[in-house]
Design a protein around this ligand. Structure first.
Ligand code: UDX
Length: 415
């Protein structure tokens, strides 16, 4: 099929690469010309396994000119929806993309489906996107179709999960719109659920709310376990045998970061409050998550005075497998350490560059140098941290790196 993708961020890039590999003709649109240049040269602008390899093999047309979308059968909107100061979702990029697509619709002859892939709060596609598209003079449901096709992208394994999704959710304005997308996904071996647009929007936010709540709940139980001298990982193993609970997402530690879980929860909380419901559980999930990262520093203070001490941080990415530091727990930890007068040294296999733009005052160095600090904090569970020599060190572990238990003083956050 002829597919256009608006937005060359994580979601758009992965979709473009995977759909191109499946034989579709892809046009990728973005305002960032440097990024597009990299893609056209087969270079991945982000660290994501398999992505660079696929980009090197497929042919993707890259452009900043929306009129190139005029032949598309499907146009995916994959632009970012960052948080406003009050936690609500900023629709700035969605609105701009819709406006530009509306210009294309004015001159477009054949039917096409506009599919929102960006995460948005329920009602956004119908109340914000469709009216802008209809400003073209064309009618949604007649002249063009509209779907909401939430992305369940998992950074670090994004290509794998795009190709092997747990489910495909198609929120459709009408059967013809949904049928077009279902046809695009016909070879994927995953259950396909067709539903209303706002239900699809809610499935995405509810999914991330559940995942976030699961992590905060296991962290809270972990904090209790630590106080009672019980191993939370053994407890989690016992819990996981119950299929109603499941064994995944029960890794307690310093909590969740990334571009989705914190942002999506904030957006759902803000929307919920707007309609008169105060979502206390979700609010607590976020509060606990913020406190959890700082527990590391509290534990550190039990062993060392921070002022003037050199403190090492192992891991800066919000999780292994990515160079993404958005909402990484390392951010609030580094802030407190620096504020309290510690000298901070840090190592991450791929994320130092992005972290250095936030914290130029930190010294970025090798893991061996980090281990020479007065104390070391393990913030991301990179596999290579299982092969370092921690003997004689003071280590506070936020991610359960078993090898670190050999340290002279070892404290796990919840164990
Ligand atoms: C998440 C969702 O998993 C995905 O479905 C959605 O589309 C986008 O948000 P992602 O942000 O890539 O994906 O990361 P994820 O693997 O969910 O991890 C989020 C955070 O939770 C990380 O900081 C991770 O370290 C933390 N986490 C995860 C835990 O602390 N414990 C766990 O058991 C699992």
């Amino acid at each position: 099929m002829k597919i256009s993708i608006v937005g060359a961020g994580y979601v758009g890039l992965v979709a473009a690469a995977c759909l191109a590999r499946l034989g579709n003709k892809i046009t990728l649109v973005d305002i960032d010309k440097e990024r597009l240049k990299q893609v056209s040269q087969g270079v991945s602008p982000i660290h994501e396994p398999e992505l660079a390899e696929i980009l090197g093999q497929v042919d993707i047309e890259t452009t900043s000119d929306y009129q190139r979308l005029v032949d598309s059968e499907v146009i995916f909107i994959c632009v970012g929806t960052p948080s406003n100061d009050n936690g609500s979702m900023s629709l700035e990029h969605i609105v701009e993309a819709s406006r530009r697509i509306s210009e294309v619709l004015k001159v477009k002859r054949d039917y096409c489906v506009i599919a929102v892939k960006s995460t948005v709060v329920p009602g956004t596609t119908e109340n914000a996107v469709i009216p802008i598209l209809e400003a073209s003079g064309k009618k949604a449901g007649d002249d063009f179709g509209v779907c909401m096709d939430p992305e369940f992208l998992r950074e670090g394994k994004a290509v794998y999960y795009y190709m092997n999704p747990a489910r495909i959710i198609i929120g459709e304005l009408d059967p013809r719109s949904g049928h077009t997308l279902a046809n695009l996904y016909k070879d994927f071996k995953a259950p396909v659920m067709r539903t209303s647009i706002k239900t699809a929007e809610m499935i995405k936010l509810a999914s991330n709310s559940f995942l976030a709540a699961k992590i905060s709940l296991i962290n809270e139980i972990g904090n209790i376990c630590k106080a009672l001298d019980i191993d939370i990982y053994e407890v989690a193993k016992g819990l996981g045998y119950d299929e109603r609970i499941g064994s995944k997402f029960l890794n307690s530690g310093i909590g969740f970061g990334g571009s989705c879980l914190p942002k999506d929860l904030k957006a759902l909380i803000a929307r919920s409050r707007q309609v008169g419901y105060k979502p206390k559980i979700l609010e607590h999930v976020l509060k606990l998550n913020d406190k959890q990262a700082l527990r590391m520093v509290e534990l550190l203070r039990r062993h060392i005075s921070l002022k003037g001490a050199t403190i090492g941080i192992l891991g800066l990415a919000f999780k292994p497998g990515t160079d993404d530091v958005r909402e990484s727990r390392a951010i609030s930890i580094a802030e407190v350490l620096l504020k309290e007068g510690a000298i901070v040294k840090a190592y991450d296999p791929v994320a130092t560059q992005s972290f250095a733009t936030l914290f130029p005052e930190i010294e970025y160095t090798t893991p061996e140098e980090v281990l020479k600090c007065d104390a070391v904090l393990i913030v991301t569970e990179w596999e290579e941290f299982e092969h370092l020599d921690y003997r004689g060190k003071i280590v506070i572990d936020g991610r359960r790196i078993l090898k670190a238990k050999e340290a002279r003083i070892y404290e796990g956050v919840c164990w």
